[in-house]
Design a protein around this ligand. Sequence first.
Ligand code: ADP
Ligand code: MG
Length: 240
Amino acid sequence: YYEQIKQTERLKISGQLAAAVAHEIRNPLTVVKGFLELYEKDTSVSDDIKRHYSLMIGELNSAEYVISQLLSVAKPNKDQEMETVNVKNVLQSVTDLLHSYGLLHDNNIDLNVTEECFIAANTIEFKQLLINIIKNAMEASEIGDSVKITADMKNDFVEIKVIDYGHGMSEAEVGSLGTPFYSLKSKGTGLGMMICYNIAEKYKGTIDVQSSKGKGTTVTIRFPSKNNTIWSKGNSYIKK
Ligand code: ADP
Ligand code: MG
């Protein structure tokens, strides 16, 4: 329980820090990118230099992407539309969406949802959470391995499991999940899990990670079921 409080505190502080930094950096970046785009169009400039401009613009775009990710958690929209989310349908559409990505890695997504389950959340945010977690599972997997996804009702909660048989994590690595910029990937942002924890917390859900180095990882996502949630003034409550 103490661990959970620490995690919540850490997320709150990192969110505030992220908002401040992102805000201060976004404007100067936009100005620099604007000028570069102007210079890139200059016909008197050599191809070599144009290539440099377009590289610079590409790097600024990556920086902008990181900032937009940070702002999405730092400034969650309190009035985000709440909907009844059909978990089975959303899992199906996310799986379809990731299919092209899955094909690239040659991973098969094995989706198994036996019953209809509903939660109260914003669909876009819930999708974002699922995509981040399923992408991690695919990225950890070997080519050809499948990622298993299940969803069931467990008492008043909807329980989704994303299971991979990839490289797994040590205890310390699992403990670092959700820390901003924590990534062991050469092209990772290290923001994915932070965003997931924030979204789950907003809807009174939880994310549990069990992992074994070299064997794989099971991520268990629990959200209160629709009938178990009260949504009021931008906050969700679990019915007693
Ligand atoms: P990113 O994917 O950009 O690196 P994340 O926050 O999504 O950032 O994940 C942080 C790190 O946690 C990853 O770089 C990876 O090392 C580890 N990780 C996350 N999910 C898994 C998984 N299913 N299996 C193994 N490692 C994982
Ligand atoms: Mg990720």
